[in-house]
Design a protein around this ligand. Structure first.
Ligand code: ADP
Length: 259
């Protein structure tokens, strides 16, 4: 008796959160945030309790994609009240700064901010918390996989060789961190002309499928490059919400079902 008990070591869970799923990419601009937003909305539409943490410190885009703005409140000065739209409970590092303010943070600050978002945001009871990671394999990814019990990672890539190369590094990092890869998503897989429906493989085709096969992980979806996906996100209502019956929305819904 007496003496302090050793603190439990290893990755911690976020109270009330059943599953933590990270959405990652090797490169920026491949559609990781678009995928995160649409998956979150699709899960919510299925009746699942879903949270979305926008941890993309270099380009936080979830407030815009989910059409929310304003600073989150902290009535007690300790915990932060998340925002909510389309049934998704959301918090973004972008809501702590101005939208057009560059975030120049050092590693320790990034790690502190991430831990604060995980632990001090009142997420409530969630079936799944989706984390929209920054691109690459930096401090945020490392801290997340070391300190928190991440149940899986979804990796988004375009079929382009350069994107795939970086995605491979990301997958390797998750493997080293013992975070299971839930599957890969090929985004901008093919361009579908919104006028005539003509399909063109702008960034090549099939690269992500081949990678998934090599790694023995599922290819969760091949999402086309489609104008509606972009305008929906820019308009603050992801395609899953604004055009739920479109084939583009359906591909996100299929992934959500498999998660
Ligand atoms: P990342 O999070 O990887 O940096 P984003 O999700 O922010 O990438 O996407 C980058 C840009 O490309 C955004 O303007 C987004 O709306 C657009 N975009 C992403 N995926 C698609 C798609 N499948 N079709 C059309 N536009 C897309």
């Amino acid at each position: 008796k007496g003496g302090s008990r050793p603190q439990p070591q290893g990755p911690q869970k976020v109270p009330g959160v059943d599953r933590i799923l990270a959405v990652a990419s090797g490169k920026g601009g491949v559609g990781k945030s678009t995928v995160s937003a649409n998956l979150a909305c699709a899960l919510a539409a299925e009746g699942r309790r879903v949270g979305l943490l926008d941890a993309d410190v270099y380009g936080p885009s979830q407030p815009r994609m989910l059409g929310v703005s304003g600073k989150p409140a902290s009535p007690d000065g300790k915990t932060i009240l998340p925002l909510r739209n389309y049934g998704v409970t959301m918090m973004s590092i972008g809501l702590m700064t101005n939208e057009d303010q560059a975030v120049i943070w050092r590693g320790p600050m990034l790690m502190g901010a991430l831990q604060q978002m995980m632990n001090q945001v009142q997420w409530g009871a969630l079936d799944v918390l989706i984390i929209d990671l920054p691109p690459g394999t930096g401090d945020v990814q490392m801290t997340l996989s070391q300190k928190f019990a991440v149940d899986g990672a979804v990796v988004v890539s375009t079929p382009q060789d350069v994107a795939l190369l970086d995605a491979r590094r990301g997958i390797d990092m998750f493997n080293q961190m013992k975070v299971p890869i839930v599957g890969l998503i090929e985004n901008m897989s093919t361009h579908i002309c919104s006028n005539c429906g003509h399909e063109e493989h702008v960034f090549g085709h099939g690269g992500v499928a081949a990678e998934a096969e090599k790694l023995g992980v599922p290819l969760l979806a091949e999402i086309p490059l489609h104008l509606d996906i972009r305008t929906a996100s820019d308009g603050g209502a992801p395609i899953v919400v604004s055009k739920p019956d479109s084939p583009q929305a359906q591909s996100f819904r299929d992934v959500a079902k498999a998660l």
